[in-house]
Design a protein around this ligand. Structure first.
Ligand code: RIB
Ligand code: CA
Length: 306
């Protein structure tokens, strides 16, 4: 099996925690670097959470702090979903120290060392955009950019924008125009990965160790979403990871995506699903998800972690 060399840029974040554990549990992915931004909660919390999450998996992956906020505009967290600490109040043992330095520099250093790196963005895209903008010569060394971001229907932080895209729309626009393949897991895709009581119970029944136990506790601590009649909440970030592990769980189409960066619709991703604009596609949109297959994969992989 050829393992994908990956960077995961994250803002943990309850779903980020599950995404990181899924990635670290999967032999298909060679996670070489975790970079952290402010997002769901402030950078102080997201960095501490990233250290704890990686530490609980028992893997020595460098963790490097990056942007506290967006390239432009104001920072805003989302503590209603993730809690003040970012992990729904689930306390994890303190993880290993962060690696000194700055996220964008660490991403560039990896790109200089490796060709064919996959950049995985599951938070605001600031660190990834800064890395590519400050050394454009490295862009060709990127194999694929996979992002949980955007929405073609309604948003989840404003009526028109999804949180990651809204947090730094300029950064997202830069990634969409960088010329490398970009795959998007939008809210419409992640809505198909609904965490319900039954799915949490099935996860717990798998046994596993501290990571699976923490996953079940974190999932149980996220408030059910009114968007889904309080039946559960969407598991956003692990969908981006699952695409790289088992693409057969998905259908997809190539689309043009425009990011609105101003006005009341700031952060809106205008996704041309039916090629009405005639503009060349700049992204692969993940359309459908085999939800049962996704949760089976998640359960199987997390059960194998410490
Ligand atoms: O809108 C969902 C996204 O925003 C997820 O990545 C979640 O962790 C938050 O960062
Ligand atoms: Ca996230």
């Amino acid at each position: 099996m050829t393992r994908r060399v990956c960077v995961i840029d994250t803002d943990p974040g309850t779903d980020d925690a599950v995404a990181l554990w899924l990635a670290l549990a999967s032999p298909e992915l060679d996670v070489r670097l975790v970079t952290v931004a402010g997002g769901n909660v402030g950078l102080g919390h997201t960095l501490r959470n990233a250290r704890a999450i990686v530490g609980l998996a028992g893997q020595a992956v460098p963790i490097v702090a990056g942007a506290e906020g967006p390239l432009l505009g104001a920072f805003r967290s989302e503590t209603q979903v993730h809690g003040a600490d970012g992990l729904a109040g689930v306390a994890l043992p303190e993880g290993p120290p962060a690696t000194p330095g700055i996220a964008a520099d660490a991403i560039r250093a990896l790109l200089r060392a490796e060709v064919g790196v996959t950049l995985i963005g599951i938070g605001p895209a600031t660190n990834l955009a800064l890395a590519l903008a400050t050394e454009p010569a490295l862009i060709d060394r990127v194999a694929e950019i996979v992002l949980m971001t955007g929405a073609w229907s309604e948003g989840n932080i404003t009526a028109s924008a999804e949180f990651n895209a809204w947090s730094d729309p300029e950064a997202l626009a830069m990634l969409l125009e960088c010329g490398r393949p970009v795959t998007l897991a939008t809210l419409e895709l992640t809505a198909q990965a609904l965490v319900t009581r039954e799915r949490i119970d099935a996860l717990r029944a798998a046994g596993g160790g501290a990571c699976l136990d923490a996953t079940a506790r974190i999932m149980s601590g996220v408030p059910p979403s009114r968007r889904f009649a309080h039946r559960g909440h969407p598991l956003h970030d692990p969908c981006a990871i699952a695409w790289l592990i088992d693409p057969t769980l998905f259908t997809h189409r190539d689309v043009h995506v425009h990011v609105e960066c101003g006005g009341v619709a700031r952060g809106r991703t205008v996704v041309d699903r039916w090629d009405r604009s005639g503009l060349a596609p700049n992204a692969r949109l993940l359309d459908t998800l085999d939800a049962e297959g996704f949760f089976s994969l998640l359960t199987e992989r997390l059960a194998a972690l410490p």
